[in-house]
Design a protein around this ligand. Structure first.
Ligand code: SAH
Ligand code: SF4
Length: 362
């Protein structure tokens, strides 16, 4: 059998110290590292780095791939203001990320895992097979690719939300490492305040987050304010019930001084009644918290519906009447399967990706 050639390492796999050593072996001065890291963070290709000697550009191209991500598919929605990409990773798995453009900001929705082990029944990612954790550099490369695409449009990447595929706190070290790299002033330099980590609620890791001294925003996917319903909608609740999760989020708010955002995906007849609003009020009143309501984006085969717009407005009022701070999320990218996991679901249905044992889901 002919052995298949191993792909070149992606340059994002190398730390700045490793790059300095690699450059030194080629007789290059240490300041080249800063030049290279800065240009790589903006998504520049080696051949575009005209400030580097031609021989060095050729050496880089012979030694490294410019990204660990191969683009499989790109879709646009909302008149081009929302773009979604499906990427292939080493090993053949696919993940997706979404860029949403607004007048004064551009937000990247990033994936941290292939699939998700939590298995929420309303979520396309949760229905599909779990593949693996993303490596730190694979998360960073999503941000670099988005920065490159936005720069070509005269825009800047301003916000990153970990609301794509996967449970970020189940891939803790890679996610924290990626935030540090995305925030590195020598690279992308995005303020951690503009990064949101969304979690289904791994309470002990929420506590660990509080100790990271990284001032990002924490979002808790609540969806239900009583354990019996949350056990069903967010199955990790059986392990870390509300009495453990909410105090952990409080400790995060106390230690960081940053208010926690609680997400609530609106499922008609399931969690959008006046009783639900009252339970939510009882749980969060008086806390340093904010409620973000998300109209449900229907997923094939999931037994849930989104409430009609009048019911959404009614629920917003009922939550507000509880004295809570509440906003309704816009519904960017709903055409073309934008909700997390839906693009991959479509892809899996027609592919032989490993772990796609259940091709109808995704
Ligand atoms: N796993 C993490 C982050 C990714 S999901 C988490 O659950 O928080 C990001 C957000 O999108 C979560 O609040 C999740 O509940 C929500 N979500 C998942 N599927 C959705 C859908 N079909 N429509 C609307 N929101 C959805
Ligand atoms: Fe995983 Fe989040 Fe989807 Fe739940 S909602 S299955 S935690 S990605």
């Amino acid at each position: 059998m002919i052995p298949t050639a191993r792909p070149l390492p992606a340059i994002s796999q190398r730390s700045p110290d490793e790059l300095t050593a690699w450059l030194a072996q080629r007789g290059q001065p240490a300041y080249r590292t800063g030049q290279l890291v800065r240009r790589l963070a903006a998504g520049a290709r080696f051949e575009e780095m005209l400030e580097l000697p031609a021989g060095l550009r050729a050496d880089l191209a012979a030694a490294f791939r410019p990204s660990s991500l191969g683009e499989v598919r790109r879709l646009a929605a909302d008149g081009g203001l929302t773009t979604k990409k499906l990427y292939e990773l080493d090993g053949g798995y696919t993940v997706e990320s979404v860029v949403m453009r607004y007048p004064r900001r551009s937000t990247l929705c990033i994936s941290s895992q292939v699939g998700c082990p939590i298995g929420c029944p309303f979520c396309a990612t949760g229905q599909g097979p779990f593949g693996r954790n993303l490596a730190c550099h694979e998360i960073v490369d999503q941000a670099i690719d988005a920065a490159r695409e936005l720069a070509a449009e005269g825009r800047r990447l301003t916000h990153v939300v970990f609301m794509g595929m996967g449970e970020p706190l189940a891939n803790y070290d890679a996610v924290i490492g990626s935030i540090r790299r995305i925030a590195d002033p020598g690279g992308l330099g995005l303020s951690p305040r503009r990064v949101t980590v969304s979690t289904s609620g791994l309470a002990p890791r929420v506590d660990r987050l509080a100790g990271e001294s990284l001032p990002f925003t924490l979002a808790i996917s609540l969806h239900a304010a009583r354990d019996d319903l949350r056990d069903e909608l967010v199955p990790i609740n059986r392990r870390y019930p509300l009495r453990e999760l909410v105090p952990a989020a409080d400790r995060f708010a106390e230690r960081t001084g940053r208010r926690v955002s609680y997400e609530w995906v609106l499922l008609a007849g399931v969690n959008d009644t006046e009783g639900d609003a009252r339970e939510l009020g009882a749980l969060l009143r008086g806390r340093l918290a904010h409620v973000n309501l998300i109209p449900y984006n229907p997923v094939d085969e999931a037994p849930y519906r989104e409430p009609d717009p009048r019911e959404v407005v009614r629920f917003v009022r009922q939550v507000r009447a509880q004295g809570l701070n509440v906003t309704l999320r816009d519904t960017r990218g709903r055409e073309e399967d934008a909700a997390c996991g839906q693009l991959r679901a479509r892809h899996l249905a027609g592919s032989h990706e490993r772990g796609s044992g259940n091709p109808a889901a995704g």
